[in-house]
Design a binder for this molecule. Structure first.
Ligand code: ADP
Ligand code: ADP
Length: 220
């Protein structure tokens, strides 16, 4: 599903910071945790895995595709059909209903608005009654579930979650991780969670661990 062979990435115009990621692989259906302190490059690595950024060195294959070979246009199409993204800031659109927020994933991917699919994903996440509500009418946990539904809408092979347990107490943390793993399994997706939260690793003892240290982004 995912193979990294010692990639490096440096932001254009950045002041000497380079992210170095060691060799890592993940089989289909498995879970991975990218663990490390704030600023070590977790979000950057998620953007590399989603073909939003391209590594300067090393090989990166996701779901059978060598991401370095994709043109920007091909990367957009590949991402839309392969990757679901759960951002830390959920980025729900306040003026749209819950269902419309989920359908954003279809619009972004140039697909038609399949309401039946949106309602099925919402139902599976226990939000069947909330499809017509606005995000602000939902609890934080429910809002996160809407964002998970949006991430799963396009049947992604890879589900990427950025700090999904930030600001959650222990109970809510366990619920969020359980939900992500269950939903990934039911949708046949591999799950990658980027986090600084050691509770995530404790909740997922079987996950492949990719530890990024403070030295992952090194000034030269
Ligand atoms: P994390 O997600 O682990 O907190 P990030 O991937 O967000 O880490 O950031 C890694 C490093 O790269 C940090 O030093 C950050 O300031 C820097 N960085 C992140 N995004 C950019 C960018 N667009 N341009 C330049 N530097 C960036
Ligand atoms: P996170 O909470 O995921 O670590 P950040 O607050 O580090 O996010 O970054 C938020 C946004 O700002 C991201 O899109 C990131 O790429 C960008 N960013 C972070 N650090 C820098 C930087 N030094 N220069 C430019 N953009 C940055």
């Amino acid at each position: 599903m995912l193979q990294i062979s010692g990639i490096t990435y440096r932001y254009p115009n950045a002041t000497g910071q380079q992210l170095s990621v060691p060799a890592f692989s993940l089989a289909r259906g498995e879970h991975a945790v990218i663990l490390g302190p704030s600023g070590c490059g977790k979000s950057t690595l998620l953007h590399l895995l989603a073909a939003i950024l391209t590594p300067q060195q090393g090989e990166l294959r996701v779901a059978g595709t060598d991401l370095r070979t994709l043109s920007p246009r091909a990367a957009d199409a590949w991402r839309g059909s392969t990757v679901g993204f759960l951002p830390q800031k959920l980025a729900l659109v306040p003026s749209l209903s819950v269902r419309e927020n989920v359908l954003m994933a279809a619009y972004a991917n140039g697909r038609h608005a399949d309401r039946t699919r949106a309602d099925a994903v919402l139902e599976a996440l226990g939000l069947g009654e909330k499809a017509n509500a606005k995000p602000h009418q939902l609890s934080q946990g429910q809002q996160q579930r809407v964002a998970i539904a949006r991430a799963l809408f396009n049947h992604p092979a890879l589900l990427l979650a950025d700090e999904p347990t930030a600001n959650l107490d222990d109970g809510a943390c366990a619920v969020a991780i359980g939900l992500l793993t269950t939903q990934a399994e039911q949708n046949g997706a591999s799950l990658v969670i980027a986090t600084h939260d050691a509770r995530v690793l404790a909740a997922l003892p079987g996950a492949n661990l990719l530890r990024l240290g403070r030295t992952a982004t090194e000034a030269e």
